[in-house]
Design a protein around this ligand. Structure first.
Ligand code: HPA
Length: 235
């Protein structure tokens, strides 16, 4: 086991899908995978391994924010020989050009976070997706006739802030949406020479306060999960 994951070596598949919420991980395992085994529950960060159409895949929670996903993804890559992590999360839209349910495949994540600098000496305000997973997802979306958005997002350290309006880093770099994890995931993948991608579903429109209902969340998750899992079959 690693410090924060109690699975035995070999109990985690080379490809891991990573939602933020442990119960979302359980929902994915229960509804999309076969032959499922729970392999870790340290701090209730649930991890499961099963198969999708015969291919081994694990699903487990990242928690919220760069420090949390930084820990889980590092241990998975470094101690469980995981090759690819696909974050499957939600994001807030800074602009009404995005609609609820839109799906974003993240090409690069901008952040004010010092994670990449202090962990690995990586300078610069953004981290790119790593490896082939991003392109495989784009190809699979094309095959399935799905329109997805590709591009930059803001990986923020901050959910609640004093100042209203879109943060400067997002304005400057044309980031239409915000989440809180991809920057650290991509930094870990770059450092450890692994693959990482992020798929996000727009769950709220920040300027209008529109939000998905919980029933909507399940429906939205289904589309994104099927895209992620079908992509995994080509990896
Ligand atoms: N901010 C940050 N992360 C998010 C949001 C948000 O508004 N919505 C979903 N993830």
């Amino acid at each position: 086991m690693s410090v924060h994951i109690s699975a035995k070596k070999g109990e985690i598949a080379p490809i891991v899908l990573m939602p933020g919420d442990p119960l979302r991980a359980k929902y994915i395992a229960d509804n999309f995978l076969q032959d499922v085994k729970q392999v870790s529950s340290v701090r209730n960060a649930l991890y499961f391994t099963g198969t999708y159409k015969g291919k081994a895949v694990s699903v487990g929670a990242s928690g919220m924010g760069c420090p949390s996903i930084g820990i889980y993804s590092f241990e998975l890559y470094n101690e469980y020989d995981v090759e690819c992590i696909i974050r499957v999360g939600t994001c807030g839209a800074y602009t009404t050009d995005l609609k609820l349910f839109d799906i974003i495949n993240v090409e690069r994540a901008y952040s004010e976070s010092t994670y990449a600098l202090h962990a690995f000496g990586f300078t610069g305000e953004h981290m790119y997706h790593e490896g082939d997973a991003y392109e495989t997802i784009n190809e699979k979306a094309g095959e399935r006739g799905m329109t997805i958005i590709k591009g930059a997002i803001h990986s923020s350290d901050i959910f609640y802030r004093d100042k209203k309006g879109t943060p400067e880093i997002a304005v400057k770099n044309d980031c239409p949406a915000v989440e809180m994890e991809s920057f650290a995931l991509f930094a870990n993948a770059r450092y450890l020479k692994k693959s990482a991608a992020t798929l996000l579903t727009v769950s709220d429109i920040i300027p209008t306060h529109e939000q998905m209902s919980s029933a909507d969340r399940e429906k939205a998750l289904k589309e994104m999960m099927e895209l992620a899992l079908e992509s995994v079959l080509n990896m």
